[in-house]
Design a protein around this ligand. Structure first.
Ligand code: C5P
Length: 242
């Protein structure tokens, strides 16, 4: 397995255990991790995490916790004990919430003698427009400023990084520096269908802009040959570092 394939996180956006595990059985550790979100987790429960791990997959638990600090800290302890590779919270929960989650993770991992999961934050959902952000949510800053401010708050709160759309990578790198993970969805190989994604980048451009992990769903999960799809994506990523 190359280091570049380790940067690929496959989104398991499927409704059943069978469909999810057929993907994991085919790809195993050929990719860095599998993203399990609300659909699959709510359908299958935590057992699905164990099933993915048994098939040589690491898990990014994408449940976007957003609650009072004590509740999120407790959920973070559970995530540490579920041995997930990465999970996330909403940065708009604030620094007290994020710090409580980071502290709980450290403590729990130390207690169990385990490596702690990576903890990242969502800044602003990329489905949200600047009008919605300002008129509905009541934020007065422009979208780019809000994303940059929440990324900075995330870093100051001791988290490892953020989820960001491909167009936000550069500004976040500027504000948060090199030592901060950027996890990017909206990735499409040059010859793939955009599906419902509007602001896409190729694997090569996302890596070139400084993304650490690429979250990729349909271009891999719906490919006739999923291993070949992963290999083609890795070959495209390689072009960014040559
Ligand atoms: O199939 P596709 O590659 O579009 O899947 C991308 C994954 O990343 C989906 O799980 C989607 O919900 C998620 N995502 C996204 N855009 C964001 C945040 C998450 O596409 N801004």
């Amino acid at each position: 397995m190359s280091a570049l394939s380790d940067q690929i996180i496959v989104a398991l956006d499927v409704p059943t255990r069978e469909e999810a595990l057929s993907i994991v059985e085919e790809l195993g550790a050929k990719v860095g991790a599998y993203k399990i979100g609300m659909q699959l987790y709510n359908a299958c429960g935590p057992e699905i995490l164990q099933a993915v791990k048994e098939r040589n997959g690491r898990v990014f638990l994408d449940l976007k916790f957003h609650d009072i600090p004590n509740t999120v800290a407790s959920a973070a302890r559970v995530a540490a004990n579920l041995d997930v590779f990465m999970f996330n919270v909403h940065a708009s929960g604030g620094s007290a919430m994020m710090k409580a989650a980071a502290k709980a993770l450290q403590e729990e991992a130390a207690k169990q003698g385990k490596k702690r999961p990576l903890l990242i934050a969502v800044t602003v959902l990329t489905s949200m427009s600047e009008e919605e952000l300002q008129d509905e949510i009541g934020v007065s800053r422009a979208m780019a400023e809000q994303v940059a401010a929440l990324a900075k708050l995330t870093k100051e709160s001791g988290l490892d990084g953020v989820v960001a759309s491909p167009r936000e990578i550069k500004i976040i790198r500027e504000v948060c520096g090199e030592d901060f993970l950027i996890v990017t969805p909206g990735i499409r190989p040059a010859d793939a269908a955009a599906d419902d994604q509007k602001r896409i980048k190729t694997p090569r451009d996302a890596v070139g802009d400084g993304a650490d992990y690429l979250v990729i769903g349909r271009p891999i999960t719906q490919a006739a040959n999923r291993s070949a799809a992963v290999e083609a994506i890795v070959a495209d990523m390689e072009l960014a570092i040559k």
